[in-house]
Structures are given as structure tokens and as C-alpha cells.
Design a protein around this ligand. Structure first.
Ligand code: ATP
Ligand code: MG
Length: 290
């Protein structure tokens, strides 16, 4: 287990560690720049959809937003946003391009840094990948109010490392039992490895209003019994909202457009707008009120 994987960003960590196992960027960034990892246990549950549309909704609320495609080997944020980047994180990591060349504007008005797809070198967490990735976030975070990391699914060390760079974690799960079992496994790992005391949860593709809260409640009951944090208290799930299953989501993806722009009044878009509201008032309020 490496240090970076178990490190949770705290201001106290600022400047305390050597370059090989650096202090987290969250610690270096101004207190108002929040880094939020959007992650999941199971794949295909809607992380990229949530990241992109949440970014658009937060931008509409006047925030400076960056989405970083942290799904290094299997990136597809570019597909969802219909972008054809000349420069990706891969070019930055390999010294072929400067970081500012990789920051581009997405249709929703927010900034994105895209990753390449199909690159096997990012299936393993090497010291190079770790340091490059860390440097990218450390350099960019101070320029934004919020940085969303659209991570890969699961508990591979690459995913866990990108999550470790975030102040807060937003777990996306669907009501399917397989998604919930995998969410439980991921949360357990975040508790033990990253010493997290809480994570946020959004239930996507909910069939009925209220389903998500009930599901979060059930998962909390299991955590209460089996997963204890360092402080001796159970891991706490903070329910951030439900997004209904909505055919407009698929339509927007097929057209490679943002749902928030394409169909801002559809049920899923309204739910994402509500999620942005909740996120802003709970996670992004001034550091002094947090
Ligand atoms: N609320 C929803 N209603 C209907 N369909 C949805 C909803 N959310 C997501 N989907 C469908 O699920 C697909 C997968 O979503 P997405 O690519 O965001 O998942 P992901 O978690 O990022 O996947 P991966 O783990 O591969 O990165 C979308 O293309 C869309 O068709
Ligand atoms: Mg994705």
C-alpha cells in the first residue's frame, strides 16, 4: 500500500511530505477550491453523465468549474461532450504538450481536461503516473471553485489514487443490487485506505421519487454494522439526491450533447440542477462556514 493511496487531503498535510509522496493538491489549493471525485463501485452507472451535467449546472450557478477525465485508460468524457481534443493528459504526462494546452472549454461553459482512451500504460499506477497526475491537479485546482474528477469505476489502484486526491467523494450508484454491492465494497475501501469519515451518495436511474434516499438508508444500515472509521464511528453516507431513469439521458448521449442544454426541463436535468444546488450549499460554501 503506498502513502498516496491512504492520504486524505487535509490542510494540516500542506507541504509536509516529500515530492515522491507529495502533499495532496487539495491541501495546496486555496481553501475555496473543492476537489470532488465522482466515482462508483460498478461501471456504467452514470459517473460521466453526472460529472458533465453537474459541471454545466454549477457553471450556470456562476462557479468556475473544471472537469478532469480521471478515467485515464478508458476516457470517454470527450465522447459525451462531442469534443475532439488535440491535446490530452497523455500528451502532458509524456511531455509532448504543456498543461494549459490541454485545458479546453466544454459546451456547457466549463473547462475540461481530457484523457486518451485505450492506453494500457494507465491500467497500472506507476510512480510517474502518480506524480504527473498529482502535479496536474495541484497546478489547475487554484484556478477554479470546483474540480470534478470523473474517475473510472471500481477499486483499482489508479481509481483509488485519483479519489485520494479529492476533498470529497460523490459515489454514484443505481438501485440494482450489483451496483449497491459494489458501492458498499468501494466505500469500505475508502474508509480503511483513505481514512474517510463520510462519503456523499447520489442514486442514479431511480425508478420512483424517494427510492434513492431509502437505498442510501439501507446501505447506511449495513455500514453501521460492518464498517467503522478510525474515529470508532460508522462510516457516514450523505444522501445528495436521486436522478430518475429518464430516456432523455440516452437521447442526449446519442446526440453527444449535454442534457442540461438539450433538455433542461426533463426530469433528470431538473434532478441534476437540484444536485448542483445541494452541492453548492453544502460542499462549496465559503471555507469559513464549512
Ligand atoms: N438517469 C439516467 N436515465 C437513463 N439512462 C441513463 C441515466 N444515467 C445514465 N444513463 C445511461 O447510462 C449510460 C452510461 O453512463 P455513463 O457513461 O455516464 O456511466 P459511467 O459510470 O461513466 O461509465 P464508466 O464506468 O464506463 O465510466 C449513459 O450513456 C446513458 O445511456
Ligand atoms: Mg465514465
Amino acid at each position: 500500500m503506498n502513502d498516496a493511496l491512504s492520504a486524505q487531503p487535509t490542510p494540516a498535510a500542506a507541504g509536509a511530505t516529500a515530492p515522491a509522496a507529495p502533499a495532496t493538491p487539495a491541501a495546496m489549493a486555496p481553501l475555496d477550491a473543492r476537489i470532488i471525485a465522482v466515482t462508483s463501485g460498478k461501471g456504467g452507472v452514470g459517473k460521466t453523465f453526472v460529472s458533465a451535467n453537474l459541471a454545466a449546472a454549477l457553471t450556470r450557478r456562476g462557479l468556475r468549474v473544471l472537469v478532469l477525465d480521471a478515467d485515464l485508460g478508458l476516457a470517454n468524457l470527450d465522447v459525451v461532450l462531442n469534443l475532439h481534443p488535440k491535446t490530452t493528459l497523455h500528451d502532458v504526462f509524456t511531455g509532448k504538450a504543456k498543461l494549459d494546452e490541454a485545458v479546453i472549454k466544454a459546451p456547457g461553459g466549463f473547462s475540461v481536461v481530457l484523457a486518451g482512451s485505450g492506453m494500457v500504460e494507465y491500467s497500472r499506477l506507476t510512480p510517474e503516473v502518480r506524480n504527473e497526475f498529482f502535479n496536474v491537479i495541484q497546478t489547475l485546482a487554484p484556478h477554479y471553485d470546483v474540480v470534478l474528477l470523473d474517475t473510472g469505476a471500481g477499486i483499482s489502484d489508479v481509481v483509488l489514487f485519483s479519489v485520494s486526491l479529492a476533498h470529497e467523494v460523490l459515489i454514484v450508484a443505481t438501485p440494482e443490487p450489483t451496483s449497491l454491492t459494489d458501492a458498499y465494497a468501494a466505500i469500505k475501501v475508502l474508509t480503511t485506505q483513505q481514512k474517510r469519515q463520510h462519503v456523499h451518495m447520489v442514486v442514479n436511474q431511480a425508478a420512483r421519487a424517494g427510492d434513492g434516499r431509502a437505498i442510501t438508508g439501507q446501505l447506511q444500515q449495513v455500514l453501521d454494522r460492518f464498517v467503522t472509521t478510525d474515529s470508532g464511528r460508522p462510516m457516514r453516507l450523505i444522501h445528495m439526491g436521486d436522478i430518475p431513469a429518464d430516456p432523455s439521458v440516452r437521447e442526449a448521449v446519442m446526440r453527444r450533447q449535454l442534457l442540461m442544454q438539450q433538455m433542461p426541463g426533463c426530469p433528470a436535468a431538473l434532478a441534476v440542477a437540484q444536485l448542483a444546488n445541494k452541492l453548492e450549499t453544502t460542499l462549496l460554501k465559503p471555507a469559513s462556514n464549512r
